[in-house]
Design a protein. Structure first.
Lengths: 453, 474
């Protein structure tokens, strides 16, 4: 292709704080009866005032730190003014020029660094649903738009990258890493199906070859945003679709229009939603209901202290500390819970000389439900499975003789050079014992009797 | 004498000493409302039966020995304070049928203190004005002369208190909305420091300056009410955590030797009759032993207060345009067509100043000048104990004056705007009458959270004068 894709990404992550961003209502709205998690504040009633959720701010800063951001010690909230029926105040409380985090980065497997422009805090909107309802009064039906304010005011963190991605695969990897990080931090379920993570790639094609970080002037003259995608797979598809669509337009000598598009799941294509000409002027200004926020360097460093070991760091440590394969390490560090379980089991296994490799194999192959078992009991199970019954060698010899007599064909095969048949014979011997016995011992005895025969 | 003419202090004393009951007190107020309301139109909602019920309950509690500070005291509350179960319109058609499901913190505090709410007072719609003429339900009248305006936006509360419909009232000031109507109606009106009294539940006008405060017959009443209203509110992030003092404590302190600052810049274009009262008042303070100093002589220069008009207009319109966006026609029963002219003008101007390309030229610049004004006051209060000036450039103006004058309010409030945008406390005190028989008000401003000091100066002046004792004949 003669064009280089220039892709940036905005991701909204919904935090799993107990209460909403600016009021005490429960933020756990998923699947709840509509409009049961509301109060004057998240309904935007006249006179109601927002009081910021300190935990959400701390978590936002934690995410920013995990993405290697600088933290603005002086920060503030701003009003983003626009009209939409799901926005009860007529503005969204967000952050404009002083986000909590800025200038971060996330490194991909191939060593490429994706620059993070900003990490800021805002509130979610209510949820609209368009339905046909039967009116109580009569038997006729009517199309209505219903508003559920349970989601209104739930804390959202927006993470914006620079346009540093070159293809859909990089975007997908970034998203997986981001999802893994927020789950490690335990600040969001990051569950795509529930809308905990919403993805908005912006895509354009450049005829300049990539030369590392692009300057503003090196960016294409247009940008297409695809709004609110709720699966990694759809993001990949939307990007691939857009690249092909825009390429065609550019090839015909035209410039694709600057616009916002949406992903149509059934048609597998993006569709135009809004042209730039109609773009909103959000009239940002400092939120007068919330004083500016000052953090001290020591407050930030104490938040930093609470950031757990992140996936990448854990991966390389496991690799070296436990001498595991990359494959095993990847599985064990995919979720923090698994990694923690593994390490606790390793600790418990030390005194019983159960090796990390044995534990890793057990977790990976037997797939025990980690939520229901204790690491120490895994160690116990491994020990039990290794336990060998001490058997009477005379009795063993009797059994072997018996097996050899009953399997004359196998014995002949062995003698004619087909040595692999030995394992079949070992198996036959083992079947005569109810408990696990020493395989090596069986094998030596077998060989001895076979050669002496 | 009817009980409704009592001050808060007198009424509270009478109730606790069982000279009369809260029901008797409340009935006298309701009687006065009935006699005067058709002339004054001070209230938009009268809650008569609830008031009598509350009074009966208060009497029971009084008999049982309860001693909340406002137990059984009738009050009127400006209609921009959310009252649970009672219509809260902010005198606007848009909110004509809006019944809040919650109480403003101020209302909650007053209820906890035992008040009897008589009703909700008229105001400029959404507090947009200084006349009450922008009320969608009709203007209130000045009790001293009903051909004249009571001022605004808390004009309904001011007219109600001045005409003895109530023992006291609650107003709110963004820039002048307590002090100016108090001045025009001849009562005491205190605008506390921004953040001293919670804004939670007050239909927002300009969030960065809105300050609820007491409107009373005397300075002592003002202090008594502030004792109830003041304090940190966890539901208002801009409310101050600073501990609350007993505001009645310093009232009787002598002001001998204390320094009162004045400035010629606050006397330009001021009505000569008001200048006369101002000069008389200076003598009163001097007699009380205070020193009057022109701040220019202390080497302090301040911006002409007229610059505050531009700063205030820009910041306030911007905030208004955003604050009113929630009344989008989807809820509350009325669509945006029902916004009055003034609200529409403010929404448009505010939207304009916040628009891309204009934000820096207007909003950002206004914020800078605001900072400058804050610093000026800071320097001033390092050298003087309070700052003294007329409240308004003129006494009350005739009904109809605000029509066709979009900047009417800003002109009427020019002398209170600097201290408002700086978030400082200020109090209007009755200080004379014009030849036409209209009240003249003067104001004392203080440093941040110096309400006690401001009240002290005001009380000392009041004690030495008799202006506050005069009553309008209606």
């Amino acid at each position: 292709m003669k064009y280089t894709p220039v892709i940036g990404l905005e991701v909204h992550v919904e935090l799993k704080t107990a209460s909403k961003m600016f009021c005490r209502c429960s933020a756990d709205y998923f699947g709840q009866k509509p409009n049961t998690h509301t109060c004057p504040v998240c309904l935007g009633l006249p006179g109601a005032l927002p009081v910021p959720n300190a935990k959400a701010i701390e978590w936002c800063i934690m995410i920013a730190l995990s993405l290697n951001c600088e933290i603005n010690l002086l920060s503030k909230f701003d009003r983003k003014n626009y009209f939409y029926p799901d926005l009860p105040k007529g503005y969204q409380i967000s952050q404009f020029d002083l986000p909590f985090g800025k200038n971060g980065l996330l490194t991909l497997e191939n060593g490429k660094k994706i620059r993070i422009r900003r990490v800021h805090m805002e509130e979610d909107t209510a949820k609209l649903s368009h339905q046909t309802v039967t009116l109580e009064a009569g038997n006729h039906e009517e199309r209505v738009s219903l508003i559920d304010f349970n989601r209104s005011g739930v804390p959202l963190v927006e993470i914006v990258t620079e346009p540093d991605f070159s293809d859909a695969a990089e975007v997908k990897e970034y998203l997986q890493k981001l999802q893994q990080i927020v789950r490690y931090l335990d600040v969001s379920n990051a569950d795509m199906d529930r809308g905990d993570m919403r993805l908005e790639p912006n895509i354009s094609l450049s005829d300049l070859p990539v030369t590392g970080e692009r300057k503003e002037s090196e960016l294409p003259k247009y940008k297409v945003e695809v709004k609110n995608i709720n699966s990694f797979r759809f993001v990949e598809k939307a990007i691939t679709f857009e690249i092909a669509r825009q390429e065609k337009i550019l090839d015909s000598g035209k410039l694709p229009p600057q616009e916002t598009r949406g992903w149509n799941e059934t048609k597998n294509e993006t569709v135009s939603q809004r042209m730039k000409e109609e773009a909103n002027d959000y009239r940002y200004f400092p939120e007068p209901d919330i004083p500016p926020l000052h953090h001290t360097a020591s407050q930030i460093s104490s938040i930093r202290d609470r950031v757990p070991e992140l996936p990448d760091a854990k991966f390389s440590r496991f690799l070296h500390e436990y001498s595991l394969s990359k494959y095993d390490t990847e599985i064990l560090t995919r979720e923090k819970m698994t990694a923690d379980f593994f390490e606790e089991a390793v600790h418990a296994g030390k005194e019983h000389t159960v090796s990390p490799k044995q534990i890793a194999n057990w977790i990976i192959n037997k797939k025990p439900n980690l939520a229901d078992v204790l690491p120490a009991s895994i160690v116990k199970e491994i020990l039990q499975s290794n336990q060998v019954e001490v058997i009477d060698e005379v009795a063993l010899k009797e059994v072997i003789k018996d097996v050899l007599e009953k399997n004359t064909k196998a014995v002949e095969d062995y003698k004619s050079g087909k040595e692999t048949v030995i394992m079949f014979l070992v198996g036959q011997v083992m079947r005569n014992f109810k408990t696990k016995i020493d395989v090596a011992l069986v094998k030596t005895q077998l060989l001895e009797l076979l050669t002496n025969n | 004498m009817s009980l409704n003419t009592l001050t808060l202090k007198e009424a509270a004393t009478g109730l606790s000493e069982k000279e009369f009951s809260s029901v008797e007190l409340t009935k006298d107020c309701l009687q006065r409302i009935k006699e005067t309301e058709s002339t004054l139109h001070a209230l938009v909602t009268l809650t008569e039966s609830a008031a009598l019920e509350e009074a009966r309950r208060a009497d029971e509690l009084l008999a049982a020995g309860n001693t909340q500070p406002l137990l059984g005291i009738p009050l009127v509350i400006k209609d921009n304070f959310s009252t649970k179960g009672v219509t809260t319109t902010a005198s606007s058609n848009v909110l004509r049928d809006y019944v809040p499901p919650f109480d403003a913190t101020v209302v909650e505090k007053l209820k906890n203190a035992g008040m009897v709410m008589l009703g909700k007072a008229n105001m400029d719609a959404f507090a947009h004005g200084s006349s009450t003429e922008t009320s969608d339900f009709g203007a209130s009248k000045n009790p001293w002369n009903t051909d004249f305006l009571p001022g605004g936006s808390s004009g309904g509360t001011a007219a109600s208190v001045a005409s003895d419909q109530t023992i006291a009232g609650i107003g709110s000031e963004t820039a002048g909305s307590i002090r100016q109507p108090a001045g025009w109606c001849g009562i005491v009106g205190l605008k506390p420091t921004y953040g001293r009294v919670s804004r939670f539940g007050v239909v927002a006008m300009a969030s960065s300056t809105d300050s609820p405060g007491p409107m009373t017959k005397t300075v002592e009443d003002s202090a008594l009410l502030l004792n109830v209203l003041a304090g940190n509110d966890p539901r208002d992030a801009t409310s101050s955590p600073k501990p609350v003092e007993d505001y009645t404590k310093n009232l009787r302190n002598p002001i001998k030797g204390r320094k009162i600052g004045i400035s010629a810049k606050y006397l330009e274009d001021v009505d000569p009759e008001i200048i006369l009262s101002f000069e008389e008042a200076k003598k009163v303070f001097e007699k009380l032993g205070a020193t009057i100093v022109d701040i220019a002589d202390l080497g302090i220069s301040i911006l002409d207060p007229k610059y505050s008009i531009s700063v205030y207009t820009i910041l306030q319109r911007a905030e208004v345009s955003s604050n009113l966006a929630r009344l989008d026609g989807i809820r509350y029963g009325s669509d945006r067509e029902s916004f009055g002219e003034e609200a529409k003008r403010r929404i448009m101007l505010g939207t304009y100043t916040l628009s891309a390309g204009y934000y820096d030229a207007y909003y950002k610049k206004a914020l800078k000048v605001r900072t400058l004004i804050v610093e000026e006051f800071h320097k001033m209060f390092a050298q003087v104990d309070c700052f003294f000036a007329p409240t308004s450039p003129s006494p009350a103006l005739p009904i109809g004056s605000s029509k066709n004058h979009p900047m009417f309010g800003e002109m009427a409030d020019v002398l209170v705007e600097p201290s408002s945008i700086a978030g400082l406390p200020g109090i209007n005190i009755p200080a004379g009458f014009s030849k036409a028989g209209l009240p003249i008000g003067l104001q004392i401003m203080g440093s941040q959270f110096e309400e006690a000091s401001v009240l002290n100066f005001a009380h000392q002046f009041e004690t030495a004068t008799e202006w506050h004792l005069r009553k309008p004949t209606l």
